[in-house]
Design a protein around this ligand. Structure first.
Ligand code: AMP
Ligand code: MG
Length: 417
C-alpha cells in the first residue's frame, strides 16, 4: 500500500482497469442520462420521401416560371395530400395539389408554394411569383439515411438523442448498466436526522450528501446505514456492501483508536492500494480493490463532511462516470481571478471552496469563508473548487488560478430581477 501520494497518482490508481459496466436493454422513455453501449445504425431513411416543409401548394416549378404580380398564373386544384396521406395520382401539367407540412410530394410535383403566397378561388389557385425548384421541400434522407451510423457508442443520451432514437423506431435501447454504490457511515456518535442530538451526537449527514453525489453521477446508491466503531459491526456493515460495484464508507480512516476501516477491509480480502492523499481537505482517504476482480472498488472516505464530499468529487465521481460509460470524467475548468490572497504551507494541494462572479469577461473567485473540513456550509455555498497547487505557498489577490466548476449555472448570465 502506498501512503501520502499525489492527487493525480491517486486518480490514476482509482481509474486503473476501470471499464464501462456491461450493457442492458432499457425503454427509450427511461434512458435519459444513460450512455449508449453500442452504436445506433439507422434502419430508416428520414424523411422517407421528399415532403413538404410548409402548409401550401405542391406545384411543378416549370408551370409557374412566368408568374408575377402583374401576370398571376392560375393552376387547377387537382387533389389534397394530408400529412401522413398519399397522393391519389401524379400531378399533371397545369395542376396544383393542396398539401400540408410533412406530407409526401405527389409524383410530378417538385416545389411547394406557401399558402400565404397563393390565392385559392373556386377550383383554381393563383400564384404571383415563380418558386425556385425544390423550394420548401424536405428531400428524402436529409436527416438520416438507412444504413448510416447515427449515434456512436458512448453517446450520452439527452433530449435530442432520445428524440432521434424514437424517430428511428427504437423503443428500447442498449445502454451501460448504472453503477451500484453501497454507502456506509461509521461512528459511535452518529444518529439519523430525526434522532435526539444531545450529548454530542452528530447527524450522519454524509449519507445524504454522498447519495446525492451518486445520483448526480448517474449511479444508484443504497444506504447501508450506520455502523458503530467496533470491528465486528464495521465488518458486518462493509460485508453487506460487497455485492455493489463501488463501496463507499465514511469515517474511521484516521489514526484514532476507533478507526477500524483499514484493518477490517484487509480482513475482508480487500487489497488497499493507498492511504493518504496529499490534499486538503481529505488527506486520510483510503482506496482498495479485490484482486479476483469480483468485489467492489472500495473507498474509505474521511468522516468530516467537507472531506467526504471533496474526495468523492475528485475520486469517486470520475470512477462512477467511467463505469457508467461516460467519456468525459472531469468537471469544466476555468481560470478565475482571486478575490483575496491565499496562503498555505507547501506539500498538499488545497481545494478551496469558492463562489464565482462574472464581471467584464472575467470570473472572480471568492472564498466561501471558514474552510474547516467540518464546515459543510462552505460546500453548500461553493460554486467551484479552486485548486491551490501542492507546491505553492501563496496565491496573490488578482492572480489567476484554476477552478473546477461545480455549478455550471454560474457561467450563464443571470436573469435580471
Ligand atoms: P472520523 O473520520 O471518524 O475521525 O470523523 C471525523 C469527523 O467527521 C467527526 O467529527 C465525525 O463526527 C464526523 N463524521 C463522521 N461520519 C460522519 C457522517 N456520516 N456524517 C457527518 N459527519 C460525520
Ligand atoms: Mg469516527
Amino acid at each position: 500500500m502506498q501512503q501520502g501520494i499525489e492527487v493525480e497518482e491517486a486518480r490514476r490508481l482509482v481509474l486503473e482497469g476501470a471499464a464501462p459496466l456491461p450493457a442492458e436493454t432499457v425503454s427509450t422513455a427511461d434512458a435519459f442520462g444513460r450512455v449508449l453501449a453500442a452504436p445506433v445504425t439507422s434502419g430508416r431513411t428520414l424523411p422517407p420521401a421528399d415532403c413538404s416543409a410548409m402548409d401550401g401548394w405542391a406545384v411543378r416549378a416549370d408551370d409557374l416560371a412566368a408568374a408575377s404580380g402583374g401576370a398571376p398564373r392560375r393552376l387547377r386544384v387537382a387533389f389534397e395530400v394530408p400529412a401522413g396521406g398519399r397522393a391519389p395520382r401524379a400531378l399533371g401539367p397545369g395542376e396544383a395539389a393542396r398539401i400540408f407540412t410533412g406530407a409526401a410530394l405527389p409524383p410530378g410535383a417538385d416545389s411547394i408554394v406557401m399558402q400565404e403566397d397563393a390565392a385559392a378561388e373556386g377550383g383554381e389557385v393563383a400564384f404571383t411569383a415563380a418558386p425556385a425548384r425544390g423550394e420548401h421541400v424536405r428531400p428524402a434522407g436529409e436527416d438520416v439515411r438507412a444504413g448510416e451510423e447515427v449515434l456512436p457508442a458512448g453517446t450520452l443520451l439527452g433530449p435530442a438523442q432520445l428524440g432521434v432514437l424514437a424517430s428511428l423506431g427504437r423503443s428500447v435501447v442498449r445502454v451501460h448498466r448504472r453503477p451500484r454504490v453501497a454507502l456506509l457511515s461509521g461512528g459511535d456518535e452518529l444518529i439519523e436526522p430525526d434522532e435526539d442530538p444531545s450529548g454530542g451526537r452528530i447527524v450522519a449527514s454524509n449519507a445524504y450528501s454522498l447519495a446525492a453525489q451518486c445520483a448526480e453521477a448517474g449511479a444508484l446508491a443504497t444506504n447501508l446505514g450506520i455502523a458503530r466503531d467496533t470491528r465486528e459491526e464495521l465488518e458486518r456493515g462493509l460485508a453487506a456492501g460487497l455485492t455493489a460495484d463501488v463501496l463507499v464508507s465514511s469515517a474511521g480512516v484516521s489514526v484514532g483508536d476507533h478507526d477500524h476501516v483499514r484493518p477490517v477491509l484487509g480482513k475482508l480480502g480487500c487489497r488497499l492500494e493507498f492511504w493518504g492523499v496529499r490534499m486538503k481537505p481529505g488527506y486520510p482517504l483510503v482506496f482498495g480493490r479485490f484482486d479476483d476482480g469480483r468485489g467492489p472498488r472500495v473507498f474509505g472516505l474521511p468522516g468530516n463532511p467537507v472531506s467526504a464530499m471533496v474526495t468523492f468529487e475528485l475520486f469517486v465521481r470520475p470512477l462512477l462516470l467511467r463505469l457508467a460509460g461516460r467519456r468525459v470524467l472531469a468537471r469544466p475548468v476555468l481560470r478565475a481571478v482571486l478575490g483575496e490572497t491565499l496562503r498555505k504551507k507547501p506539500g498538499r494541494a488545497h481545494y478551496v471552496r469558492v463562489t464565482l462572479t462574472r464581471s467584464g469577461g472575467r470570473t472572480l473567485a471568492t472564498s466561501t469563508g471558514n474552510q474547516s473540513s467540518g464546515v459543510l456550509r462552505s460546500m453548500a455555498l461553493a460554486q467551484g473548487l479552486l485548486v491551490f497547487p501542492a507546491a505553492a505557498t501563496e496565491l496573490a489577490a488578482g492572480a489567476e488560478a484554476e477552478v473546477l466548476v461545480l455549478d455550471p449555472d454560474v457561467l450563464a448570465a443571470p436573469e435580471p430581477g
